[in-house]
Structures are given as C-alpha cells and as structure tokens.
Design a protein around this ligand. Structure first.
Ligand code: TXA
Ligand code: MG
Length: 310
C-alpha cells in the first residue's frame, strides 16, 4: 500500500512539472499530461509523433470537476450514472471560460472526455488540481499499450515515468459517443454499443467511418502491429502467423489464440498483446480467422480492419 502511494506521488510530481507520464487505465495505457498546460500537452504530440489536428481525450475524476470545463446535458447525465467511471468517452461542448489547452482540442469548441475506472489512476486524478489529457500510449498509428513493457517498447527511455497498474482489464480503447447533437457512435470500443442504446432507449447513429473525420483516430491505417495483416482467413499461408478466436488442439508454431473458449471479452483483452507477441516472435505477416461480429467482436473487427490497411 505504502509503495502504491509513493508511486502515485511520483507520478503527480512529474505531472505537476508539466512532464508526460504513462498511466494505467481499464482500457489501455495512456500517455498523460496536464490538460491545462500548453507546454505539457505539446509534449504528448511530440512523443507520439501525432498530428496536431488529432484532438485528445481528457480524463476527469468525476462529473463535478468536469463542470468547470464543459456544458452538461441530459444524455451525459443518464450515461454517466450508468457507465462512468468506465470505458466510455463523451464528446461535449467546451465552456468559453474553460482552462483546457487549445492544443487538446485543436482549437475547436468541442472536447472528448472520460472518467477512467482503474483504481490507481482514479487515486492520482483525485490528487491533481487539473484533469489529464491522455491518448493511448503508443507511437501514432501503432498498437496501443496494455502493460508497462508495451509502453517501454514504444517509447524507450523517452518517458519519464510509468505508473505500473498491471495489465489493462478491457484491452481495447473506450467507446466514443458524440453527445453534441443526436447521440452518435464515433468509435467502437470497450463498452458494447447495445448497452448504451438500452440506456438511451434509442439506436445510435453510426459515424465510425464519417467522411468529416470528426474522430481523426479513425484515419484508415491505425492499430497496426507494423506488419501486413489480413482478416477472415480460413486457411493461412505457410509463412503467416494465424490468429484464432478459440484455442485449438493443434500445436503448430504459427497458431495463436485470443481466448480459450471463444469468449469475446477475453479475446478483446488479449487482442493487442497477442498481435505484439506475434510481431516480436519474428513473423512478417498475420492472417486472422473470422471473428464473430457481436458485442466487443465489433470493436475487434473494427481494429483489425484498420490494421489491415498496412
Ligand atoms: O480508452 C481510451 O479512450 C484511451 C485511454 C488512454 O483513455 N485513450 C485513447 O485516446 O484511445 P486516443 O487519443 O488514442 O484516441 C482518441 C480518439 C481519437 O480518434 C481522436 O480523434 C478522438 O478520440 N477525439 C478526441 N477528441 C475528439 C473530439 N473533440 N471530437 C471527436 N473525436 C475526438
Ligand atoms: Mg490511440
């Protein structure tokens, strides 16, 4: 317990001094910095090699603190009560007098916010005088990190501090909703779209391929292990790693599986770490078996489709 507290203190110290710190969340690791500080936020973009026109998600401790920066609406309150803290991000209207750095939002009047659930990060956020901007902790267009060693693989010694919170429980990024107008889905993620529709009592508009590029994270190539990948493959080629949804008896060296029993949540949790492992094991190509398009299967398929643009 003592060492946890001292780690949180360390992370706070770096953040207070406008440095970037990698933080654990229930979805994926984030690369965090003070969202009120221009110089801190600019460091995130530089480290990730991220284009400045791709806005960041800001992470808050609770809705009380959010009210200082954003206008609250009924849909937000409904969804917040049910799902936050948790793997859902809301796009809202920024208040005119908000202190959020203009680099977070690409100078726009809207902002994406979320309330992460991981205990360590909540503890840290509670102790800060500002919210943190935190994109996924990976070089732009690459695989997100789900554990500290992934973050090290991405950034080496360029990051001052990694707050170690073990492996992320959900393993894929948050589901993003636009609540500025009629609720719409901007990114499939760790919260099943159906659950959101049940609370709103209506269907979400699907804007995950929006031409307007409202969510530039949805640029074609994304979530890539850095080698070619193809999907819906029934028979892999000899030189391909074969990624399966369910474990098979076969002991073939190129077979990798996402879950033991075809459990889709388990598969999502293991997606990025397994793709990373395949690459690190030296394979030059990946073939993926057909993944059921239900629940978080939709999120897995979305990520694989984008990774296949490599
Ligand atoms: O689970 C997550 O959401 C993780 C953890 C660290 O919280 N974060 C994450 O951030 O996935 P990032 O930056 O990798 O993806 C954020 C996505 C990007 O596609 C970005 O374009 C979109 O959110 N986004 C950010 N601000 C937006 C806004 N104001 N309107 C629409 N989309 C926005
Ligand atoms: Mg990302």
């Amino acid at each position: 317990m003592k060492s946890i507290q001292s780690n949180i203190k360390k992370a706070k110290k770096y953040l207070d001094n406008n440095h970037c710190v990698a933080v654990p969340t229930e979805t994926v690791y984030g690369l965090a910095a003070n969202a009120y500080s221009n110089s801190a936020v600019k460091k995130i973009f530089a480290l990730k090699k991220r284009p400045l026109n791709n806005p960041l998600i800001v992470h808050y401790y609770d809705i009380q603190r959010l009210k200082e920066d954003c206008d609250i609406n009924d849909n937000l309150v409904k969804l917040y009560k049910k799902f936050s803290p948790g793997p859902i991000t809301y796009v809202l209207k920024l208040k005119n007098n908000s202190k959020i750095s203009k680099f977070v939002t690409n100078n726009k009047k809207s902002i994406a916010v979320r309330f992460p659930k991981h205990k360590l990060l909540r503890n840290l956020l509670k102790n800060l005088d500002y919210p943190v901007a935190a994109p996924s902790a990976n070089i732009s267009s690459r695989l997100s990190s789900v554990k500290p060693s992934d973050v090290k693989e991405e950034f080496g010694s360029k990051i001052k501090y990694i707050l170690n919170g073990g492996k992320s429980k959900i393993g894929v990024e948050s589901t993003i909703l636009n609540l500025l107008e009629k609720p719409s889905l901007l990114r499939y993620g760790g919260l099943d779209k159906k659950k959101i529709e049940n609370v709103l009592k209506k269907k979400l508009l699907i804007k995950t391929n929006s031409k307007k590029k409202l969510s530039p994270g949805l640029f074609p190539l994304h979530y890539s292990p850095g080698i070619p990948l193809r999907v819906n493959v029934a028979k892999p080629k000899k030189d391909e790693a074969y990624l399966l949804i369910k474990k098979r008896k076969s002991k073939l060296k190129n077979y990798y599986y996402l879950s033991k029993m075809k459990n889709i949540d388990e598969a999502a949790k293991n997606l990025y770490s397994t793709l990373r492992k395949i690459k690190n094991d030296g394979f030059k190509k990946i073939a993926v078996e057909k993944i059921p398009n239900k629940g978080l299967g939709k999120t897995i398929n979305d990520r694989l489709k984008r990774a296949s643009k490599y």
